[in-house]
Design a protein around this ligand. Structure first.
Ligand SMILES: Nc1nc(SCCc2ccccc2)c2[nH]cnc2n1
Length: 156
């Protein structure tokens, strides 16, 4: 059993807008997403989430709350991705473009799902209504979902 690769994803949400970033290179390039990435040795998942947020758009979230757990399997790749999703509604600093990401606010009624990972349209509505979720998506390539499992949860 290959250990899952731990990743983080941070979605800053204020009233009726969400901060997304356009991925300029690497995994998920060309798609809008929250801010995130790998968990390094010696840091907690939450510390990694805060670090990646700051590295990718220059803001410091005051308190990150874990609201979702997503597991991704890609056909032909033994390593699953285990994405810990966090949210915050307050932060310090001004969202700034980095080498990785171009930040932009989106109204919650016009999330660019066609330019996001295909699974996002399934779990974003749960996130936006303030509930927690746990999901599994089996991908073939980066565009085709073969299997979906998703549930709202009381506690992660
Ligand atoms: N929304 C979403 N995000 C990811 S990876 C998020 C974590 C990450 C990893 C590397 C760089 C930046 C961010 C996904 N993978 C498959 N579906 C997906 N949906």
């Amino acid at each position: 059993m290959v250990a899952n690769k731990l990743l983080t994803l941070v979605l800053i949400r204020q009233c009726n807008r969400v901060l997304l970033g356009y991925k300029k290179k690497g995994f998920g390039v060309g798609r809008w997403n929250g801010f995130g990435g790998k968990v390094e040795q010696g840091e907690t998942i939450q510390q990694a989430a805060a670090r990646e947020l700051h590295e990718e758009c220059g803001v410091e979230a005051h308190s990150l709350e874990e609201i979702g757990l997503l597991k991704f399997e890609f056909v032909g790749d033994p390593q699953w991705l285990e994405v810990h999703v966090f949210t915050a509604d307050t932060f310090k600093g001004e969202p700034t473009e980095s080498e990785e990401m171009r930040p932009q606010w989106y109204n919650i009624h016009s999330i660019p799902f066609n330019d996001m990972w295909p699974d996002d349209k399934y779990w974003f509505p749960i996130f936006l209504k303030g509930a927690k979720f746990s999901g599994y998506f089996k991908f073939e390539g980066h565009n085709n979902i073969l299997k979906t499992e998703l549930k709202e949860v009381e506690k992660l």
